[in-house]
Design a protein around this ligand. Sequence first.
Ligand code: PMP
Length: 386
Amino acid sequence: MIYLDHAAATPVSEKVLAAMKPYFLDDFFNPSAAYLPAKKVASDYEMAKATIAHAIGAKGSDIVITAGATEANNLAFTALTSGCPLEASAGKLVLYLATEHDSIRRVAERYGGTEIKVQKNGVIDLGDLKAKITDETQLISIALVNNELGTIQPLAEISTIIREIKLDRLKRGVKTPLYLHSDASQALNLLEINVARLGVDLLTISAAKTYGPKGVGALYVSHDIRLQPLTVGGGQERGLRSGTENVAGVIGFAEAVRETKEHLNSNRKKYKELKKTLLDELQGYELVNKKHSLDSFIVLCYNGLDAERLIFLLEDREVYVATGAACAASKGEKSHVLKAIGLPEAEIAGSLRLTLGQTNTKEQILEAAKIINEVVEGEKKRLRNG
Ligand code: PMP
């Protein structure tokens, strides 16, 4: 099998699995229990949280562990609920990038959020951002790396704009807070992240996209923000995320973060080379995400072909690729991201997303390119022959 869909899921390494295993077997205790072995588990959990937080330049007490990126994104939006009349502010409270993941779009819609446009290359239209921020805007959500194109957004530049707006509000006595949230789920295994340098107030990360277990994520929350819990109960995670801690998951997340950080630079170098090899070998495609995107994301357009069919034909040859976000694809929806960058319907229909990962080798890429070329040629022939 040749797996080229690492933006959808990443495998857990033997080392990560080994780090998690004791917490299912001998150290299974509830960290809130009173006896000594449970207290040791609680301490291991806190250490793991500190490791995860350290990877984004934060402290363990700055992050809330969640059951993945979707929950962290939803939790971030509760920064809004304290004392804001939703009906009165509909459409003005929240701004989000047109290319955001559905876990942002769907929750932003609840607040009547407004989309910020992207340019043809997938990068934010800063003019549109500036034009849409009003005195009522409280939250702006922009993913650090887009999950379909791999586009890196200029967050530091965006946070500078936001800081200026905050200063201006202060001068004019406007008391509305303004927060910057970023979904960095796709970025943690590929970029150095530092919350202070990025200038974000809230940041989502995910173990599932960082070679850790699925169903574990975290939200970084700056000290001046008060969130509302999505679940209430036993008061874990400082009351923001009640429920017995997912100890093994968090231990696995920490180990995965340690491993990926160690290989960050060598992986990026490897993806650059693999991408070049792949593009040199492939035939008859248009590269959609030419600039400003990570090398591990390769979006190809085969004009006139049906990407859904290509995926099934490639699966028959054991090459696994995607058309876009896995959750949208499973519902048969066309990519809102490719629409947002202005790709015509016919080109969207012929677009494939390939995402490289740690286990991919040059041999695999050469083999994948050969199979893709054959499948594409076969489809063209079938269409020619009616
Ligand atoms: N945000 C981004 C950018 C993603 O790529 C994903 C996963 N496709 C999510 C959020 C949701 O992650 P999860 O399903 O693990 O909650």
